[in-house]
Design a protein around this ligand. Structure first.
Ligand code: NA7
Length: 536
């Protein structure tokens, strides 16, 4: 292109969550001119938007923090085993202050279109105010769960009381005192917030469509002395996370359920159920996530726990999932969730029996009755994985639209790149291994920034995956997803969102092989000089 056509930045990054912050840190170290564009008014992404009461990690705090800076590891104290949202937001702000990241960030900017200019080899982004930004490379750091969705029921706009989606929670304190509160949804978010709201609301009605297999989080404080001990173990901890399938500290169990006696099973399950974190899900017998019979047994154990913890047998029965097995959807972690239903001010409404008819000025009407409400909370989830891409009009080579390329489900090369969209890199895009997200974010950002560095040092200004590469990777992602019971169940992990018209069919949205395998395969491509890409 002509001089007038040269881009203003080397790299534009969309999003200032963990992915965007680390992208900026890395790229700037490489002397690359970067600008981060963020829709929110500050940094933090997920931890900026999700301010609902009870929001916290289900990952161990110490395993969730960034590992890239020894100084940060030395200076930052986590105060809880599973950090609550305000502390995590402070942590991300601490990182941004420490490395002066805000200098290269712009806030309150919602990108509407992203268009590839083939002649000039650059990306051109336009925000909702019509402002234009250009760069040689584009890094999408938009998060896996960032586009909240409301129920597709009549009357959502009619309700006259206070109404919030959990992912758009107000910055001001919300009071539940003396109020009749309703909440729609019983996913990981709702299960965190319901016990908190129940503490002060005059009345809380939970509108449940699909119950979920939640297990106890067992959160606890971390003392300063404990933090000193933890700090010494950081190298070991990150080594462990690098080995495990989903980057958590919970290692796989290679024991077979069929070689254990019923007493031994019961013993292991009691042990795991009493452990903090995802152990019940991730350190269980090797068959439980792939073999229906094994899954039925562990599901029965968790069902028994629910029945023991909920006083009213009818309510307990409604809380036991019937159509999917334990661990086949993202397992919500709970703190006194089931006990919340033992409170006199909490009521469970089973929408499978009595579906929502409409939302009205005064509350919510099911096919059976009217529920008058002062406040309605939508814990109804997200247009996941590809939702943030749907929200921007991406145009690649020859006017190709990303929405069309992904019409039948995502097609990527290594989860990082897409054919027809040169010089675009995705952090936590589809077909990547998620799990304990920051571990995956660090790897993805390093892969991408190394690739950009390689291109620069080799005087290359264009990279695009080949159709052969995309076909092979997409097939590989589909192959490794086979056999997992989770991939035969509707959830955000299989790309289903009943509130979004084009999300009714299951797709392979994420890389469900192991994270070490993902890293091994993608690192090999880098080591071979990215020769499987078309480079120019
Ligand atoms: P999820 O896990 O997608 O949960 C959304 C919940 O909202 C789920 O229980 C849905 O029921 C329910 N929902 C959605 N739409 C409706 C309508 N129209 N009517 C009734 N109920 C509805 O989102 P979360 O925010 O809880 O968690 C997202 C992730 O964030 C989580 O996995 C963690 O990784 C962090 P359904 O199951 O569709 O029947």
């Amino acid at each position: 292109g002509s001089v007038g056509d040269s881009p203003e930045y080397d790299v534009l990054v969309i999003g200032a969550g963990l992915s965007g912050c680390y992208s900026l840190y890395r790229l700037r170290k490489q002397n690359i001119k970067v600008l981060v564009l963020e829709a929110g008014d500050s940094v933090g992404g997920t931890w900026y938007w999700n301010r609902y009461p009870g929001a916290r990690f289900d990952s161990e705090s110490t395993s969730y923090g960034f590992s890239f800076s020894q100084e940060v590891l030395d200076e930052w104290d986590w105060t809880e085993q599973f950090s609550p949202q305000p502390e995590t937001e402070r942590y991300i702000n601490f990182i941004c202050d420490k490395f002066d990241l805000r200098r290269n960030m712009r806030f309150g900017i919602r990108i509407k279109t992203a268009t590839w200019n083939e002649q000039g080899r650059f990306w051109s982004l336009v925000d909702s105010n019509g402002q234009r930004y250009t760069s040689r490379f584009l890094v999408t750091a938009m998060g896996v769960l960032c586009d909240p969705t409301l129920p597709n029921v009549p009357g959502v706009d009619d309700f006259k009381g206070e109404a919030f989606h959990t992912a758009r929670w107000p910055h001001e304190k919300v009071s539940f005192e003396g109020k009749k509160v309703g909440i729609i949804g019983t996913g990981a978010t709702a299960i965190q917030t319901i016990p908190e709201i129940a503490k002060t609301a005059e009345h809380l009605t939970v509108f449940q469509r699909t119950p979920n297999w939640a297990v106890p989080l067992h959160n606890a404080k971390i003392t300063t002395e404990e933090m000193t001990e933890i700090r010494k173990e950081y190298p070991k901890l990150f080594e462990l996370c690098a080995k495990t399938r989903m980057c958590f500290i919970h290692d796989a169990n290679f024991d077979s359920i069929w070689e254990a006696s019923p007493e031994e099973r019961e013993q292991l399950w009691e042990h795991l159920y009493a452990q903090p974190g995802f152990g019940m899900w991730l350190s269980n017998y090797k068959e439980i996530l792939v073999d229906q019979k094994a899954n039925d047994l562990v599901s029965e154990f968790v069902a028994k726990k629910i029945r023991q913890r909920v006083n009213d047998p009818e309510t307990a029965e409604k809380l036991v999932p019937k159509n999917h097995g334990f661990g086949t959807r993202r397992v919500p972690m709970e703190t006194s969730y089931f006990e919340a239903y033992n409170r006199p001010n909490v009521q469970l409404v089973d929408l499978l029996e009595t579906p929502i008819k409409q939302i009205k000025e005064t509350g919510l009407e099911t096919t059976k009755e009217n529920h008058d409400l002062d406040m309605l909370i939508y814990a109804t989830g997200f247009n996941a994985v590809t939702g943030s891409f749907d929200a921007i009009d991406f145009t690649g080579v020859d006017g190709v639209k990303l929405r069309e390329v992904w019409d039948e489900g995502p097609r990527t090369y290594l989860g990082f790149t897409v054919q027809h969209f040169p010089n675009m890199f995705m952090v936590m895009g589809p077909h990547q291994a998620y799990g304990n997200i920051p571990r995956s974010v660090e790897y993805a950002v390093e892969w991408i920034s190394n690739c950009i560095e390689h291109l620069r040092t080799h005087d290359l200004s264009r990279i695009e995956p080949t159709s052969r590469g995309v076909a092979a990777w997409t097939e590989h992602v589909h192959d490794v997803s086979k056999g997992l019971l989770a991939n035969e169940v509707d959830s955000w992990m299989t790309g289903v969102n009943k509130n979004v018209a084009h999300k009714q069919k299951r797709i392979v949205a994420r890389y469900s092989g192991s994270a070490p395998e993902f890293r091994e395969r993608t690192a090999k491509i880098a080591k071979d000089g990215y020769s499987t890409f078309s480079l120019a």
